[in-house]
Design a protein around this ligand. Structure first.
Ligand code: ASP
Length: 335
């Protein structure tokens, strides 16, 4: 016969063992002052120049939050970057709509989505976090808030982006082309990939993250991806670590990807293993879709150990600490 009492006893023992090992993990993650701090990591090759900017704040002993904001503003302002910020490719109707979010060591976060006319969505996201009782502003409301905060309203569509959009219109498929690294976006663009997600740990051991993108090129007007969604495109827990993502945002949202990676690290997965497990969840939910799209995760734990994993090969990430300012690492992949 099923012995309920024994079961309860056993579950009590295993629960307290689990609690013990969890607190051991939490302790080991929080009671360290590793020599490799401060550190900043970001997605893709343009992460190198972004990290260098972030490093200026970190090396002076500045706050990770200031570092990540300053860092991702570099690709946001780059006229040759057609996947982040002001020169991003427009949606199918010719509107450049930008998504970004930011999160600090206290769990504060701010976000803007589908925002037009403002070059630095990351800075608007930060002000949403700091100056409003809200987490997220979208569309016209986000632009209105930005203008009220003193941001300049500009027409963002660059001649190059307009040309690429006109070219796309010739065959205009309403379902946006799936982002496979090196195969998507328009030929000739300097950067033919993706979102910048940045994670930094400052000298005090505090973690912050930022994520900013123009989203999928030629998306439906109003489409929002994972990048401005806290838990999907970015998540930070100062006791554990942080994670960010790039690639087809819909699949990341379905799996609450970055939150999942951080929670796996809480359970003592290494950053790389946590990213790999999150990638596997995407495959499990949609095995056929997963073969044709790119999604990559990047993570760092409280010790400053980092790792990444992607569906497809070609994902890279940049690392910057006092040893090295311009390290580009090839992320591992399933396919
Ligand atoms: N994750 C972004 C989005 O879905 C795009 C990308 O990283 O390629 O909007």
């Amino acid at each position: 016969m099923y012995n309920r009492r024994k079961f309860i006893k056993l579950s009590a023992v295993s629960a307290s063992l689990a609690a013990l090992s969890r607190s051991a993990v939490a302790k080991s993650l929080s009671s360290i002052s590793p020599p490799n701090l401060p550190i900043v990591i970001s997605t893709w090759d343009f992460g190198i120049i972004a990290n260098k900017e972030a490093w200026k704040t970190l090396e002076k002993g500045g706050r990770a939050l200031d570092a990540v904001e300053a860092g991702v503003k570099i690709p946001e302002a780059d006229p040759n970057n057609h996947t982040v910020g002001r020169a991003g490719y427009p949606d199918r109707d010719g509107h450049v709509t930008l998504d970004a979010c930011i999160m600090d060591e206290f769990g504060n976060c701010g976000s803007v989505a589908a925002m037009e006319y403002i070059t630095h969505p990351i800075s608007v996201a930060r002000l949403v976090m700091e100056k409003t009782p809200h987490v997220m502003l979208v569309g016209e409301g986000a632009t209105q808030f930005a203008v009220e905060q003193g941001f300049k309203k500009e027409k963002l569509l660059t001649p190059e982006s307009k040309k690429a959009w006109k070219e796309w219109l010739k065959t205009a498929k309403y379902s946006p082309v799936i982002n496979i690294e090196n195969k998507h976006h328009m030929p000739g663009s300097k950067y033919n990939h993706d979102t910048i997600g940045m994670l930094a740990i400052d000298a005090k051991g505090n973690i912050s993250g930022a994520c900013t993108t123009s989203g999928m090129a030629f998306k439906l007007h109003g489409r929002v991806g994972d990048s401005p969604i806290i838990g999907a495109g970015l998540y930070v827990d100062n006791e554990v670590g942080g994670a960010t993502s790039t690639g087809v945002g819909e699949e990341v949202i379905r799996n609450v990807g970055s939150f999942l990676v951080v929670e796996l690290m809480r359970q003592s997965y290494s950053p790389e293993d946590a990213c790999k497990e999150a990638v596997k969840r995407i495959i499990k939910k949609k095995p056929e879709t997963a073969k044709q799209i790119q999604v990559g995760f990047l993570a760092i734990n409280k010790r400053g150990e980092y790792g990444a994993y992607a569906l497809q090969s070609g994902f890279s990430f940049a690392v910057c600490n006092s040893d090295k300012q311009d390290l580009l690492i090839k992320g591992k992949s399933i396919y």
